[in-house]
Write a protein that binds this ligand. Structure first.
Ligand code: ATP
Length: 335
C-alpha cells in the first residue's frame, strides 16, 4: 500500500487543532491552539471566534511542520460532533471549504471516538475498557457487539469539572485538578458520601458536601485527599465491573484527569489484582487535538465509514452536536 496522508481538524469546544498523520503511523504535524478565559468557563461564541481567527494560521503551521503542500493531503477528517455547535460549525465549514476547493474526500469523525482510537494508538492497548475522564466527560466505555458502548457514566458533572468546581469554591483557581493532587498528599481520610448508582456515578452531591465541610473549617488537605480517594474509587469500582462483564484484559485511562498519579496508581492496583493490563494515554495527547481526528479518520477512510466524496455529498454534510459514541459504526474493529 502506498502512503496515505490524512489531515484531521478538531473544533468541538475550546481547542482548534490541525493534525497530519500518514498510514505508516507517523505524526507529521500537530498544530493546536486553545481558547482560554480568566475564569475558566467557555463562552461558546467567543470560542468560535477564536477558531475562526486562527484556522488558517493552524492550517499553515501544520503544513509547514509536515513539510507538505495541501495537494499532498489525500483526505481531510473533521470532528462532526459531539460538541458546542458554534465551535463545531467553524471546523465543519473549514473542512468543507478545503475539500471542495482542493477536491479531496471528507470524513466525519466522532470526537469521542477520536479520543478512544488515539488512546489505543499511543499505547499497547488493543481492545480495552476505557476509563475516559476529562473535564466534562466521565465515561467507562468498551467495544462490544460491533460498537463502542458506554457501561457507566457520571450522571451530572464529570469528575474533572467536579474537582474544578470544588477548587473554585475553596479558592484554588482553575484548573484545580493538579492543585488538589498536590494538597491531597498532605491530607488524611474523612468520611464523605460515596455515590455509585448501578454502573453510574454522581459527583455533584459530594462536591457540595465537601464545600460545606470547608466552610465549617475542615482542613483543605483532608478534603482534597478524601475527594480524590472517593471519586477515583467510585470509578475504579465501575471499571472493575465493566472488566468482569466484558471479560476484557486491558484498561486504558484517557482524558485530562489521567494526569493524576494517584488515579493511575489506584487503577494499576485494581488491574494487577485482576490480572488485567493497565495503560494511560500520554498526557501530551490527552487534551483535544487534530491528531486524534486524523487517527480515527484514517481508520474510517480505510474501512469506508462516513466518507463524503462528491461535491453534492460534501455540500450536504452537517454537524452532529449530540452524536453519541454508541451510534458510531466501527467497521475497522472487525477482524
Ligand atoms: P472535555 O474534553 O470533556 O470538554 P476538557 O477538554 O476541559 O474537557 P481535559 O483537557 O481532557 O478536559 O481535562 C481537563 C480536566 O482535567 C480539568 O478538569 C482538570 O482539573 C483535570 N486535571 C488536570 N490535571 C489533573 C490532575 N493532576 N489531577 C486531577 N485532575 C486533573
Amino acid at each position: 500500500m502506498g502512503k496515505l496522508i490524512c489531515m484531521g481538524i478538531e473544533s468541538t469546544a475550546h481547542t482548534f487543532g490541525v493534525g497530519i498523520i500518514n498510514n505508516k503511523r507517523n505524526i507529521l504535524a500537530d498544530a493546536r491552539d486553545m481558547y482560554t478565559t480568566e475564569k475558566g468557563g467557555i463562552i461558546p461564541s467567543d470560542a468560535a471566534n477564536h477558531h475562526r481567527k486562527l484556522k488558517y494560521e493552524m492550517l499553515n503551521k501544520a503544513l509547514e511542520d509536515a513539510n507538505l503542500y495541501i495537494k499532498d493531503i489525500d483526505f481531510i477528517a473533521f470532528s462532526q460532533g459531539p460538541g458546542l455547535p458554534p465551535s463545531l460549525l467553524v471546523g465543519k465549514d473549514f473542512a468543507k471549504e478545503l475539500t471542495l476547493k482542493y477536491k479531496k474526500p471528507l470524513v466525519g469523525v466522532n470526537h469521542l471516538c477520536g479520543h478512544l482510537e488515539e488512546g489505543k494508538f499511543f499505547t499497547k492497548a488493543k481492545d480495552p475498557v476505557f476509563v475516559f475522564v476529562s473535564g466534562a466527560n466521565t465515561q467507562i466505555i468498551a467495544h462490544e457487539g460491533e460498537k463502542y458502548r458506554i457501561f457507566g457514566e457520571a450522571l451530572s458533572v464529570g469528575l474533572g469539572n467536579a474537582l474544578d468546581k470544588f477548587g473554585r469554591a475553596v479558592g484554588l483557581g482553575f484548573p484545580a485538578g493538579p492543585k488538589i493532587e498536590q494538597l491531597a498528599k498532605k491530607g488524611k481520610y474523612i468520611e464523605i458520601p460515596y455515590v455509585v448508582k448501578g454502573m453510574d456515578v454522581e459527583f455533584s452531591g459530594i462536591v457540595t458536601h465537601c464545600i460545606n465541610l470547608y466552610k465549617k473549617g475542615v482542613a483543605i488537605e483532608d478534603l482534597c485527599y478524601s475527594l480524590q480517594e472517593t471519586g477515583f474509587a467510585m470509578l475504579i469500582e465501575v471499571t472493575e465491573r465493566a472488566l468482569a462483564h466484558t471479560g476484557k484484559k486491558e484498561a486504558l485511562l484517557i482524558g485530562g484527569v489521567a494526569a493524576n498519579q494517584r488515579f493511575i496508581e489506584m487503577l494499576n492496583t485494581m488491574c494487577k489484582e485482576r490480572g488485567v493490563k493497565s495503560f494511560a494515554c500520554p498526557l501530551k495527547y490527552s487534551g483535544d487535538n487534530g491528531i486524534q481526528i486524523a487517527i480515527a479518520g484514517m481508520l474510517q477512510y480505510n474501512s469506508g465509514y462516513n466518507i463524503f466524496k462528491t461535491k453534492q455529498q460534501i455540500e450536504n454534510v452537517d454537524i452532529n452536536p449530540n452524536w453519541r459514541i454508541d451510534d458510531v459504526e466501527t467497521p475497522w474493529m472487525k477482524n
